[in-house]
Design a protein around this ligand. Structure first.
Ligand SMILES: Nc1ncnc2c1ncn2[C@@H]1O[C@H](COP(=O)(O)OP(=O)(O)OP(=O)(O)O)[C@@H](O)[C@H]1O
Length: 369
């Protein structure tokens, strides 16, 4: 059992007036896989390091299993952290690297060996136990670093961008391994990354951070289908959401009709809120919500067709300043310079007010539990 609660956690460095973490509230449930994601400098590593006890908490409460742990040292919090730089001892074997913390804690050899053997089994490291780190690949080294955490049997695992030194193929493979590890260990895990694909594929719960503030917390599909604001909408999803400027033509209980600056009118079934005719809005369109349709409301010229095999991404210029990406299946043969019209699926459209906040969809059938 391991739950974690953050209550109004704040951080400023060196008594500076500028806060790096500006009041974070969060509940992490037992056995949950929570991913902190956000652009470089948003404060995700700082937050993780405060949880680990490596960074002092300026104010707020950090609770583990209901107990305030702000003043406990890292070793007394029942956590284990895995870093981006594997930080292995180069002259020690894999077996000794994994057992090192236990040896320091004077755990008897038989128990140490049993724990190392169990971690090696889980991580499929058995064939490498007698090698030193320099005779391992990057992925194997990262598995040893994870093994060092596993043997300590922590209540909570903390991962700080553990895959960012690996190439794309290996990252994909390690994502699957970490998800499997989470299943097998049934542990609470907190994982930091700037890569929204890692967040989407591994998380039970994603925490999107920007400039020290939590922008939204939710499951991957919740964030994808119901982003709270422009930042989350643009950050989650690849290729990213298209944004078009427009103004409200009409608004009633069925939704909002938007006149776009690039030409065309689109009705979206969202709550009207404070929008009245003439109000400036941003329309967000997921690439898969657009399709080629001779009767569609948007008109433009194809700039580029990215053919990825199974799918094709068409870059379509709608006006001198606005281009959208349209996701089509791989059989599409549209060529650059063609004039096209685009149809729109309102379920993949979002309306953001001048303040950047999303207007909630009226039809909440959207794929989200
Ligand atoms: N020791 C420090 N003293 C002063 N400012 C710091 C210190 N450590 C971090 N910061 C600042 O705090 C902010 C958050 O840094 P942090 O490393 O947590 O960001 P991050 O989201 O993890 O970024 P990245 O993905 O680049 O690692 C940054 O603006 C950084 O410059």
């Amino acid at each position: 059992m391991a739950t974690l609660t953050l209550r109004d956690i704040r951080k400023s460095y060196g008594g500076a007036a500028i806060e790096t973490i500006k009041g974070v509230n969060l509940e992490v449930l037992d056995r949950e896989f929570v991913v902190f994601v956000g652009p470089s400098g948003c404060g995700k590593s700082t937050l993780l390091r405060m949880i680990a006890g490596l960074e002092e908490i300026t104010s707020g409460d950090l609770m583990i299993d209901g107990r305030r742990v702000n003043d406990l040292g890292p070793a007394d919090r029942g956590l284990a952290m895995v870093f981006q730089s594997y930080a292995l001892y180069p002259h020690m074997t894999v077996r000794d690297n994994m057992g090192f913390a236990l040896r320091m804690a004077r755990v008897p050899k038989a128990e140490r060996d049993r724990k190392v053997a169990e971690a090696a089994r889980i991580l499929q490291l058995d064939p490498y136990l007698d090698r030193t780190p320099k005779a391992l690949s990057g992925g194997q080294r990262q598995r040893v670093a994870i093994g060092r955490a596993i043997v300590r049997n922590p209540k909570i695992f903390l991962f700080d961008e553990p895959l960012s030194n690996l190439d794309a193929a290996l990252r994909g493979q390690m994502r699957i391994e970490l998800a499997r590890l989470h299943e097998e260990l049934r542990a609470t895990m907190i994982y930091v990354t700037h890569d929204q694909i890692e967040a989407m594929t591994m998380a039970d719960k994603i925490v999107v951070l920007q400039a020290g503030v939590v922008e939204q917390v939710g499951s991957p599909l919740e964030l994808y289908h119901r982003p709270n604001n422009l930042f989350v909408a643009g950050f989650i999803g690849s290729p990213r959401m298209n944004f078009l400027q427009g103004s409200v033509m009409g608004a009633d209980s069925s939704g909002v009709a938007v006149d776009l600056a690039c030409g065309g009118r689109i009705a979206v079934p969202v709550e009207v809120g404070n929008l009245s005719p003439g109000a400036p809005v941003t329309l967000g369109l997921r690439p898969e919500a657009l399709r080629l349709d001779p009767a569609g409301p948007l008109a433009g010229e194809v700039l580029l067709a990215e053919r990825l095999g199974g799918l094709t991404l068409l870059h379509v210029r709608l006006s001198p300043t606005e281009t959208v990406i349209v996701q089509l299946d791989g059989n599409d043969m549209t060529r650059p310079h063609e004039a096209v019209r685009l149809g729109v699926d309102p379920a993949g459209c979002h309306v953001f007010g001048k303040d950047g906040q999303a207007h909630a969809h009226l039809r909440q059938h959207l794929l989200v539990a």
